[in-house]
Design a protein around this ligand. Sequence first.
Ligand SMILES: Cc1cc2nc3c(=O)[nH]c(=O)nc-3n(C[C@H](O)[C@H](O)[C@H](O)COP(=O)(O)OP(=O)(O)OC[C@H]3O[C@@H](n4cnc5c(N)ncnc54)[C@H](O)[C@@H]3O)c2cc1C
Length: 413
Amino acid sequence: MSNRHFVVIGAGIVGVSTALYLQKDGHQVTVVDGRDPGEGTSKGNAAVIATESVVPVATPGILWDVPKMLMDPLGPLAIRWSYLPRLAPWLLRFVAASGEKKVEQISIALRAVLLQAMPAHKELAALAGQSLMIKDTGWLGIFEKDEKFASYQWDLELQKRRGVQFQILKQEEIRQFEPSLQPIYRHAVYYPENSYVTDNFALVQRLAAHFVASGGRIVKSDVKGFELGPTGPTHVRAGGDKIACDAVVVAAGAWSKKLARQLGHDVPLETERGYHVTLPKAGRMPRMPLYSGDHSFAITPLDVGLRFAGTVELGGLDLPPNYARAEKLMIHGRRMFGELNEEGRSDWMGFRPSMPDSVPVISQGGRFRNTYFGFGHGHIGLTLGPATGRIIADLAAGRDPGLDMRPFRIDRF
Ligand SMILES: Cc1cc2nc3c(=O)[nH]c(=O)nc-3n(C[C@H](O)[C@H](O)[C@H](O)COP(=O)(O)OP(=O)(O)OC[C@H]3O[C@@H](n4cnc5c(N)ncnc54)[C@H](O)[C@@H]3O)c2cc1C
């Protein structure tokens, strides 16, 4: 059935991309969000279109790292003690997803969807007249410590099995390749197929502006619930309003769990909180985004400045941020680049929406056929936002999305 009215809940990169693809198919689309477009997690990410990212967060042996995660609140992967009881069911599934066979299957699913990331990004950017925001520079993983690079061999083997392109650089090549770095790095891996967005927040805002200019509607209100008829939601309750709809898409990032439950699906969605520091006048700008293999964070040369972003803190949606984690990024950043101008520095924390197996939900509802879900993209939501939107539009149109959708189903757990 064409020309339906879709209500998309959430105006992050996933919701806005989905709204654009549905609009492109001729549907009437309303996006509902209590915040302005891009003000959620999409605001502060590292802006990398990380097409190499086939390795899930939970890999074999992760169980033995759990005590370390609890003991070191500033470590690259940390658990807030007070959140442990609530986290436990998700953590068990996270550990269960780390077996070798499971990780192999996850990487196959991730590769299939990641191959769709660039074409969808380029299509939407062109549609909105923003093609110049995407830079095809590749990205560079850098390692100071031999033992970190040695343990990264496992990741490289998995990436190789999935067909990811990369090139290992010799120590003497690293500074020629990236002159802004201090001469402390002993190993580097270059991923030529990766790209980045020059301003991730502006990208969402500009895509949203194009959606509105093309006849789409954005309602600034939080969705509280739904009016359900025998075949699914007939209205979305937002603020004091009831918005009539033919179909609903839940794309509310880390806040999707309650909405999915109201539509008949109990999902193990948690948040991996991440931090960034942005320096508008850093005085050092790498030619391309970098990834610190020693400390698990990204460094991106954005229009708004040099951004250091990453790490994982499992602490739910309500606990206050621990900005000492952001300062830790800067300690590593100063060592990486030497002098950095920190004038105008801004620190930020965001909520990655995370499934235990690192695979996003991109799915039609099982309980109601007029419901669709796009959330749980974890570390690769900027990367996969446009591809998710295209796939949801395909599912809504009954078109073949071109990949096996079973690993992405909402009811897979
Ligand atoms: C530090 C850090 C670095 C990252 N780096 C990268 C990277 O380099 N590359 C990459 O691909 N990914 C990266 N990510 C991940 C990426 O940012 C997220 O996966 C992505 O932003 C998720 O997008 P989203 O649209 O699902 O969620 P969001 O951007 O959070 O959008 C969800 C929206 O839903 C709205 N909402 C919530 N509840 C309701 C409700 N009840 N009613 C209406 N609206 C509601 C919120 O207000 C919000 O605007 C990073 C994340 C972090 C934290």
